[in-house]
Design a protein around this ligand. Sequence first.
Ligand code: PLP
Length: 393
Amino acid sequence: MSDDWDIRTKLVHEGSRRSQYGEVSEAIFLTQGFVYPTAESAEARFEALGEDEFIYARYGNPTVRMFEDRMAAILGYEDAFGCASGMAAVNGALMALSKAGDRVVASRALFGSCLYVLENVLGRFGVEIVLVDGTDNAAWEAAITPETTLVFLESISNPTLEVIDLKHVCDLAHANGALVLVDDAMATPIFSYSKACGADLVIVSTTKHVDGQGRCLGGMIVGSRELIRGPIETYLKHTGGAMSPFHAWVQLKALETMDLRVRAQADGALAVAQALEGHPKVSRVSYPMLQSHPQHAVAMRQGESGGTVVAFEIAGGKEACFRFLNALKVFTISNNFADAKSIVTHPATTTHQRLPQDQKDILGISGGLVRLSVGLESQKDLIADLKAALELA
Ligand SMILES: *Cc1c(COP(=O)(O)O)cnc(C)c1O
């Protein structure tokens, strides 16, 4: 494996481990345990694990390890730990690194389950949680104090696609001795700029772009060897958030095509955003690569793409939205994103249904807001589908 390899080469080869059979395609080791040739070798392995040595799948597994090594390489970090889901990864990282009395500063535009872990789990154990408007640099400056231990944010928020000035936040956090954890679900592993901006840990819900075909849950915590094989692995191996070898294998093989898929989907998202902007039934389109996006300049400086999700508002609120959703023929109504199948979501009544109205208002999750996840279908068919359904909205 070579550090000089381009991402496309790493996605196909990095971290591969071959068994004595010399298989071409990465093997799936669907085993929870491992045998030892002698009692002495078992004792030695429990004392210290060598490279390519495993003792129990909750601690590590060869298929999961291939996936971890490949994910770490493509995101530019030393190591990674595979988890049962994106939320197992978020919860694992936050719990592993927090104790009573700590101060965690986070952007308020968070995925609902992440907000739950912060406020209802960490908060219950005496961790102070401070939420800020992630797009406001002055708010971060006021909130990140020397008492701050962790900073947590979504680089591009779900569902309204707010973009955070990540380098600014990382510099502030590091000047105050805090670690930065970035949830990179929306930015995608292909276009992630977390390493370039200085994030300490990246959390990826591999359920999204890595799988890309809506099959398996998975999550990955990526960072320095010291953090991953230190507090992160220690917490996760004892608390059971490990990834299934079968899911690791499905998603490891999916990495081979991820660059092709994500680039095609991101191209489609930009085309869809451009087609919707200015449409008489649409009051607002949110996509970071559009000049009208409030953080367009920051987004262009940080990233090569705005990702595969587009948010927009239909004039006419919930009723008009529902007519629009029900009229779509190519887009399917669901709540995942990053699938090869294009998906439409009405956040206010599904993914964000339980959010109090004042929070919805602050985050811009109105009755008219629609989230589109652009898949791999033809751009022509997708845009025609949207335009036809908008006629009926
Ligand atoms: C989907 C998602 C998660 C959770 O991932 P799962 O794999 O569904 O557990 C966390 N954060 C963000 C931003 C997400 O979109």
